[in-house]
Structure formats: structure tokens, C-alpha cells
Design a protein around this ligand. Sequence first.
Ligand code: IMP
Length: 511
Amino acid sequence: MAKIFKDPSRTFSEYLLIPRLTRKGQRPERVDLSTPLSAIEQNQLPRFKVNIPVVSACMQSVSGTRLSVALARQGGLGFIYCSQPIKEQVDMVRQVKAHKAGFVTSDSNITEETTLREVISLMERTGHSTVPVTSDGSANGKLKGLITDQDFWEFEDNLDNKVKQHMTPVKDVIYGEDGISLREANNLLHRHKKDCLPILDRSGNLVALVFKKDYVDHRRHPLELLDDSKRLCVGAAVNTYDFVDRVPALISAGADVLCFDSSDGFNEYQMEGLQWIRKHFGNEIVLGGGNVISAEGFDYLVNNELVDFVKVGIGGGSICITREQKGIGRGQASALLDIVERRDAWFNETGRYIPICSDGGLAIDTQIIIALAMGADFVMMGRYFAMTDESPTPKTTINGQMYKPYWGEGTRRARNWQRYNEGVESRKMMFEEGVDAYVPLVGPLSEVLESTLDKLRSTMVNVGSDSLSEFREQAILTMVSEQSVIEAGTSNVFQFSPNRILEPPEWGNPG
Ligand code: IMP
């Protein structure tokens, strides 16, 4: 007869944390958010850590180059998706590794003949207020000038005017020479009171741009995740079909961490892949497995000490319809608690600590906090990052609001059949397990993340913890009734928002 778990499947929103003693001198800014991604043997130091417990999902609509750079600059790790040809994934990994902190390849360029109307639309689309003008409109063409949103008045100037009538011509542009250090570039920006410094080679071709805002951002976020050669770190997803070709290519491109991207990692195909990678690349590469949602699945993956970390979660993703389509999955809190308990027991028995990643379904900051309190070492998120400026999809206006497209890997659009059909290539995409949707645009990744991490640090202080490992050990959680979930928001008060006044039926507690 089928076995049935005694407890129902629980989600993060059903739990709250109980404050514990906060000691004098404990302050959010002193909290350490670094966390391991590699297995830890007998209390040795981990081989790989991230500086914040956040990684981005291996998804086309999430982890592109720009997002992976932005996230590593904040101390987290992007996982470049594998639902693309090997060469393209490798190029993306290379681009992140080649990213010279502070030197940005211009991603919106125009020629002198571009009209103001086109410039305005480009600025709206990209959010950039300074655009380089090059001979051929490419990122490395000969620099002809710079145009900023201060160089024209949208409602006064003729929008059919050409850029050359409004730009600052190259002879008046302050620029740096290729090869100067970031410090020298920032000094030039400072000395000349500029926001943007083009870097030119000897022939006057544009090489990169340096922005004052990036300097300010770096000073505010000193947690950049760098490898031994001071390059940004990046992760890459792999699948069970072409790992023999994909893995060596990714490793030689410099990927710091690899992770199997599978909707159900409790299978022999993934085990074969793990064995092959360890056999050919040893323990140097950091290697993640998953996804699983039971202690049994966890045991299977960790048993022969191949994986560094295990990803937990099936069916919880915001774009996921796996539970509806196939009837498999588990509430993320229940899955995580089950696996964390087994991980801790495993550590006590073997002395080997396996970091756990909670993947999917984290819609709000409190869920991230609860996942970490319950024992996740780090979280993986898709929707959260898809909403930021840096995700790879274009900004789109719908009814006056800004959105970004966000689609699951199990959609016909992504065609990532390798994630869903372990070992059965002929089945390819029989049905979808994800949806194609839009998410609201929320702004720069750094700002969104800063707010989330501020809340996390503050909660950790409430629980008397200076580090994430202390947080896990000290956390006491309580389950909440449905009524207390309702009352967790405001109750019996009027809220005036700039756009609307809440009508009585939306007040929440009917009292
Ligand atoms: P989110 O953070 O809630 O948006 O969930 C992201 C996670 O959903 C990813 O890291 C994957 O584990 C999972 N996922 C991605 N695409 C799909 C899909 O099409 N169907 C089901 N799950 C998906």
C-alpha cells in the first residue's frame, strides 16, 4: 500500500520566527551572510563560499551575463542556463569571467544620424541616460561623441533632429586610454565631475565605459565574489544528456561551480553524470545535484560523496505547473525540513556537511528568511531576479506599467526538455511544465537585494545570530493558523496608496 506522510505539505508562509536574546553590540551591519556552496569535510574550511546566501536560477529569462555579473558584484552567484548550445553557454561564462569590474561594454550605441526620437526610445528601453555615438553604431566603433538626456529637451526640440546636432563631440569628451586602471578612471571622473568616462584605444575606438554610479555602488557593496585571480565568479548549469562535451567546455571557460539542472534529480542518469564529472575532474570543481524533495532522494545523491550541495524543490516555482500536470511535488517547507534533518544526521554520522539550496517559490522576503532559518544554506530564485533591470529580457509596458517577460524552462518557449525527460530523449517535450508570463519591473538588482538582505540581517539580530550557521541553530519557529496569516498584514485600518484607496472588502480581518 502507498505510504502517506503523516503531516501535510507545508509552505514557508505557515511559519513565523520567535525572537531570542539579542546581545548588546549585535547589529545588522555586523552580521556575516557568507555561506558555503561546497561540502565541508571534518570541519575544514569550505572550498567555495558565496558572500550572500543567494544564487540565480538556471533559466533563460533569468541568468544571462548581465545578471550574473550584477549578482556576483553583490556577493552572490549566477547560474548560466544550459538550455542553449554549449558554445553559447561557454561564451556567456567567458563574458562574466572577462568582466573587468567597473569597465562596462556599452550595450546601447547609436550613430550620428540617429534621430532624437530613436534616442529617447532607446533610453526608455534600456534605462540608460548616457549613450555613446560611434561611427557604425557598434560597441567598439570609432567614438564620435556622447549624448545624454541633458543634451535635449524632449518637448521643445524637434525629435527628427539628428544626434550630431545635440551630442558632445568627441573633441570635447573627457576619456581614458585603454589600459588605465579603474582607480585612474575613477579619478578622472571625479576630477572632471563626470558621470561616464569612455575608454578609447589608440585609434579612437570605444573599448568600454566607466560609470560614477558603479563606483558608488561598489563602495556600498564591498562583497563582490571574486576568484583567486580577482575575476568575478560564475556558476553554470549542466544536464544529463551532453555533460561529456558540456562540462569540459564550461570548466575550461572558467565556471567556478556546476550544477545539474533537473526537475527531478533522484535518478540514475544524474548519478552517472556526477560519477563521470568526478572521475574526469576530481574534487576541484564545485558540483551541485538535485532537485530532490525527500530524505530518501537526498541520501541517494550524497551517499557516495560526489555532490557538494543538494538543491531542494519540486513544483514550487512561480512559473511551475508540475504539480498540476503530473501530481508530483511537495510543499517547500516540508521538503526542506525533511532534508535538513537528514543532512544534519548525515553530518553527525560522517563529519561531512552538505550545503542545501532551497530552490523555487520564494515570492517575498520573509520566505527567504524562513528558508534560511529552517536550514537552507542558500536560496535559488528565478522570479525575484527576472523582475530586475539586469535580467536578460526586454522591458515591456502594459497598461502604463513596466513589466518583464518571465518563462519557465518547462515551456515550449524554453524547450528545455533535458530538464524534464531524464534519459528519454525521444519523448522530448510531450507537455509543458511551466508557463510563459510577465513580472513587474522592480529596478536595479543591487537595490532590491539590499532591501532583502537588510531585512534578513535585522531578523538574524532579533534571533541573536551573527552568522547564518548560528541563525539555523538558534531559530525557533512556530506554525501559524490561517487567521494569523490574515492578521499578519495590517488590520482594521485605512491604507491610502498613491493609486487607490483600499475598499472595505480588501481590508483583511473582517472582525
Ligand atoms: P521561482 O523563484 O519561484 O520563480 O522559481 C524558480 C525555480 O523554478 C527554478 O530555479 C527551477 O527550479 C524551477 N523552474 C524553472 N522553470 C520551470 C518550469 O518551467 N516548470 C517548473 N519549474 C521550473
